[in-house]
Design a protein around this ligand. Structure first.
Ligand code: PLP
Length: 229
């Protein structure tokens, strides 16, 4: 077994254990393997081990990898990085799901580009900024309902849920952030808007306990990143 395959098996077991501990069905939780800065060959290894969902943070890197791995027709790309409007075209062409919509103008541009690429409606999530760090991207929970309304009214987009990144290294803060995001999702009360993208290598158990339906795992699958991410 390759080291990537072994690491994937371990992460899947962590997810299953966390799900069972929370009284949840492990099948409700989708693993996105975050492959940013890692070579296409490692993605092939993960694919050979059954992994289909991969996360990328940079539009240019996503485009290059989508081209290099174009023969893997059922591979799904998740865009999880900060997205500027001038990169919306590239992302709309490749992404199965964009996790990081943080404004109405970006949403409109993504939908427009998806339509032009014959990929509408494009699945998106709203990135929520619940943490207190001023530099972090995402919309405050109080603005979520209005942005959700705008996206749901746009036929070129399909809102499926919410994503967040808690402060690192603070499990209690992470739990509070995840709970808050779940409440925002619950208040929308739309069965089509049910995904919660939260949980990374260090806090996936907490995220699963708090209701995550998508976890984004990088280093625990592919090893530490040597390039800045
Ligand atoms: C890099 C990254 C991840 C994965 O982080 P790990 O700690 O390596 O699991 C998840 N989500 C986002 C948005 C990221 O940028």
């Amino acid at each position: 077994m390759s080291s990537v395959a072994a690491a994937l098996a371990e992460v899947r077991e962590r997810i299953a254990r966390a799900a069972r501990a929370a009284g949840r069905d492990p099948a409700e939780i989708r693993l996105v393997a975050v492959s940013k800065t890692k070579p296409a060959e490692m993605i092939r290894e993960a694919y050979a081990a059954g992994q289909r969902d991969f996360g990328e943070n940079y539009a240019q890197e996503l485009a290059a990898k989508a081209e290099a791995l174009g023969d893997l027709a059922d591979l799904r790309w998740h865009f999880i990085g900060h997205l500027q409007r001038n990169k919306a075209r590239v992302v709309a062409r490749h992404a199965h799901l964009v996790h990081t919509v943080d404004g109405a103008a970006l949403a409109t541009e993504l939908g427009r580009r998806a339509l032009a690429a014959g990929r509408a409606p494009l699945r998106v999530m709203i990135e929520l900024n619940v943490g207190l760090e001023a530099q972090k991207q995402g919309v405050p929970p109080g603005d979520a309902a209005e942005l959700a309304r705008a996206i749901r009214a746009d036929a070129t987009l399909r809102l499926v849920g919410f994503m967040t990144m808690p402060p690192a290294g603070d499990p209690d803060a992470a739990r509070a952030v995840f709970d808050r995001v779940r409440r925002v999702r619950d208040e929308i009360a739309d069965p089509d808007v049910r995904d919660l993208s939260m949980g990374m290598s260090d806090d996936l158990e907490i995220a699963v306990a708090c209701g995550a339906t998508i976890v984004r795992i990088g280093s625990a699958v592919f090893g530490a990143r040597t390039l800045p991410a």
